[in-house]
Design a binder for this molecule. Sequence first.
Ligand code: BGC
Length: 744
Amino acid sequence: MQGHADRLMAEMTLAEKIGQLNLLAAGEGLTTGAAQATPLAQRLDAGQVGAIFGTKSLASARAMQERALEGSRLKIPLFFAEDVIHGHRTVFPLPVALTCSWDLDLIEDTAAFAAAEAASEGLHQVYAPMIDVSRDPRWGRIAESPGEDPLLAARIAAAATRGFQGTGIAEQARVAACLKHFVAYGAPDSGRDYDNASLSWEDLLAVYLPPFVAGVREGAASVMASFNAVNKLAMHAHEPLIEGWLRGKTGFGGLVVSDYTGVKELTAHGLGPAPVVVARALHAGIDMDMVGEDYLAELPALAEAGIDAPDAGFAMSASDIKALIDRACHRVLSFKDRLGLLEDPFRGIGDTQAPSRLAGRKLARRAAARSAVLLKNDGTLPLGEAARVALVGPFAHDRRNMLGTWSVSGNSDDVVSLSEAVTALTGSEPLTAWGANIVDDDWLTRRLNVHGITVEPDPRSEADLLLEALEQARQADVVVVTVGEAKEHAGESSSSLSPALPPAHHRLVSALKETGKPLVVVVFAGRPLALGAVADKADALLYAWHGGIAGPEGVADLLFGAATPSGRMCVTLPLHPGETPISHAEEPTGRPFPGAFQKFRTGWLDLPDGVTRFPFGFGLGYGDIRYGAPSVSGASAPASDKVLLTLDIENAGDREAVETVQLYASDPVARITRPARFLFDFKQIRLSPGERREVVFEIHAAQFAYPIAPSLETAEWVRDPGLVQLHVGPNSRDTQTVDLTWDS
Ligand code: BGC
């Protein structure tokens, strides 16, 4: 049966089809009824826009839709998109932080809430979830990522997609998800943003692609290509990965959009001048061109004459180009059809009630408490409500940074600062002192100013700031010191050579330690920072990330025991910035070789021996959780059988606890080197004081399949019989091991 999209296509001119592929930024937007002649208005009048992102109000969206319909002979509506990365108006913790909750229901709920807020403002699509696995804390966008592990990231991709889309993208209060950035954007060489990823096809298949598979299986309606190249070919021209793998292998049938000027940037990648790169991008499967307008400029002539660029090794006939324009246009129209817009162009513009802000705040506060990770506690936490607290450091009164990066629709006035949150919770105001500036480096301050951000440091000298902090600390029973980084330090185009705490924050912590007062360190950051000696000096250490509008309230709840810490690191925290990239799933090497060659070892001469202190999956609570011995239903099994791994978990403490029971696996003998261990499954359970529960994991041989890929085209997933090992425990390091042999 001919659908809506086919019927329209049959009547459309070439120019109308090309217009549908143009995706523009709203900029200042439009006002209903006004005869504006802005560049955007002119494009709308000429029927040269398929969709708009970044609208800031319902009224403006409506005005743009009206204008688009007037300018379109066939009355084809726009759709509206926005970057809703970790909440819309209600800003939730950064994605890397939310991932540390390991709570898939919570992640789905935050996505659903964000979808409802976005939909109530006329948005149809969100540029989320961002599902770039990243193992490099130097990369600023690790803040937006689901951390270092493909299995966890895949579950999050699915949960967030469910939250955004519900059971259909045309439903009220739901939006289309856009999985991004396709692919391996989180593995740039040297951690530099936008840089290319040079990696084995096996790593691509086993580490970076699984979240996309999961999102596609969950029905994600769109995907955004990434800026980087993968193994020498820029993703906006990567036909084998987009058309070949994403559509061909996973069966993805939705819309692929470019990233911001991503098509134009192919020229800088060395792939040729505008006409060539436009043809290559379209051929690769980029259906819409964001902002650059190169499709609009180049496609008419390409459709007339085709292209022959021997220097770029690329040629295509005019009729092939026309067929590709048809293919892309059909995908845009089908997407609009799925959104219900071809039935009703005003679908979603004004028909959805905004969800309650109060409910959003409650959810944001719970999410913040669930996202923070307690890394150390000698018993100082939780604090008694009567404790006299000195709250020191540049984040004590902070609102702006708490929103974190990519909170384009958030408002820092919605943030309750940590000092206010503590006052509200305990009924008494903490002593406060600035202690140190967030940025104490002139060069970095200048760089941030270039980004249009004015960092306003306290003009007093560091010595004076320290003196004031020490005075406050001496009057207190306990010192809570806030350290970390500004929201602009982690995010797009914010890679860091040295992802570590600033030196002034180290000096502040050292000076406070000298007072002999119990010292609680709270880290507000967008990336995993190497904490160095601060971790030793802290009596308690809470990694709170940038927690969104209720971030500080979530922290206050944890500090005073109104909530129990349950976050678990979704990234490995390096001891030293030079250890990056880093993950729990590293591969074994040949050295140290047992016996003769002890001195030849992997690792660093100038990093003390020993395992990373805060490994992936690590986090403490206030309870006393005990793991029983694991057992398997059979020590050997045919591949057709499932095996059960069972263990008891007991809460021997006197508070309710949330425990994330983590199962890792290893495959010690295989055709290629496998990771020393990799996350296999996890279960989150809630335990009342004294409660004991049996936890059962199902294990299937198929889960041990791994890719062998001399090239992308020849990749195959294989599995071998023989010994595998299962490691179960509260994090990736502190585990108990059980052997299992697959007979076939
Ligand atoms: C980012 C994308 C984002 C887009 C639109 C780009 O710079 O890489 O993640 O969705 O801008 O704002």
